[in-house]
Design a protein around this ligand. Sequence first.
Ligand code: VG1
Ligand code: CO
Length: 543
Amino acid sequence: MEHSYVDSRPIAGQKPGTSGLRKKTKVFMQAHYLENYVQAIFDAIGGAEGKTLVVGGDGRYFNDRAIQVILRMMAANGAARAVVGQNGILSTPAASNLIRQRGTDGGLILSASHNPGGEDEDFGLKYNTPNGGPAPEAVTDRIFVASQAMVRYRIAETQDIDLSAIGETTLGDMAVEIVDPVVDYAALMERLFDMDAIRGWIADGHSIRFDAMHAVTGPYARAILEGRLGAPEGTVVNGTPSPDFGGGHPDPNPTWAKTLYDEMMGRDAPDFGAASDGDGDRNMILGRGVYVSPSDSLAVLAANATQAPGYARGLAGVARSMPTSAAVDRVAEALGMAAYETPTGWKFFGNLLDAGKVTLCGEESFGTGSDHLREKDGLWAVLLWLNILAATGKSVAELMADHWRTYGRNYYSRHDYEAVETEAANGLMAGLRGKLDSLVGSTARELVVTSADEFAYDDPVDGSRAEGQGIRIGFEGGGRAVFRLSGTGTEGATLRVYLERVETDPARLDQDPQEALAPVIAAADAVAGIRELTGRVAPDVVT
Ligand code: VG1
Ligand code: CO
């Protein structure tokens, strides 16, 4: 087989963001673009020679062609083995599991996650390290540096290989093992949860609706919920993955999963509803008539995890991203566990999980997970919720009410302003950064500002430091607003404003979050000048 070098030159902008490199699909399809980036990954990890890598993606447009390029490049770079999901498909959590279970040298995951897919939408690629987690910043920095020095890459000249048949094949000297994407993952779930209890809960007549949003979790959810747990056929909707996610936005939130949301708020709502995103690592949880905010979901899971066999021994500690509400901190305090606060992005949980400092972690962006792998995991969260419902016999609404009575309620909401002009968004952040000190003591609408800073994180395990991780403004009475710019968007800038206020008065635990947060929302706008600087009068997405 020919192992040719192809001359290339550096392409600007190949800088991984919050979770890998995400660009418009057509950008990835440009000559040498994907190849340069893949070679940069190999160069950044000391070459692919002799290595075993897991490869798979969420099945979005270009997944099938990109995976063939990646395999040819692995072969040409001397990789020993590729472990590939059948037809090139692996959910992100399933890929993380395979990397760990096989003790491989990491993996390449083809996904732009919650971003829409299609020729005119988004594509993405990320490298996960041998622990199964997204590469930490030290590695992504090296990838970027390598991309900026790219002068040639290696690729084998071969035919496409057939990825439809499970089993062993070869590509030149490289072994290629094609695996069922679901089996190992489903087996892991069966080890963690009381499947009999969930099966019994379903057999008792409890109903579930799972919206796979035409994305990768369809086959996983069908196999586990309908197959192993006996939920009736049709429990999983939009369960056939499509390259453009049915033309939708595979982001499980009340805006993009509106059909599910409306069903759960309706008269004949099922007992439990959930949705997952493009690559299967996010989850939205709903009960009949209730939406569970992701920050609350993390707190409820932390408070009740010991109901599941996999966590019966208790939790070592918990971690949340900084913009996530402090609801889980209140649980940790009550249960005497350590609680860590990290920057946005799952890569920052890896060290804490590897060091055994935390068992559960989560983000306000519909991400929850545990030390069972090193990514957030949508179906895992669904199963842990179901396990808790089955074990306690309570409804979602009862669990939430009990939780708030016990721990207080952190009213929470995120307001996203999408595709804002980059200069305007950068200007807004720079403006805030420039006046942090003078803000303290001033009054924003009705609220006095009590603290203002920019979050930086010192990793307690390896001592690495991450700066510029979001601006936090504290208000009297326990309110908080956080401002940051998205690192996963592909168009202009997305401004995220995270709003929170804690309420412990038992008579005031049932408000609409937007109303409960109105003073904080008004103060946040006054401090940052969102309307003036972006020209936007309302957010595009409210979670
Ligand atoms: C967003 C979320 C972040 C999450 C990341 C990847 O990042 O805020 O919490 O880890 O997406 O999620 P950003 O930089 O756009 O705010 V996924 O499911 O798209 O891999
Ligand atoms: Co995702």
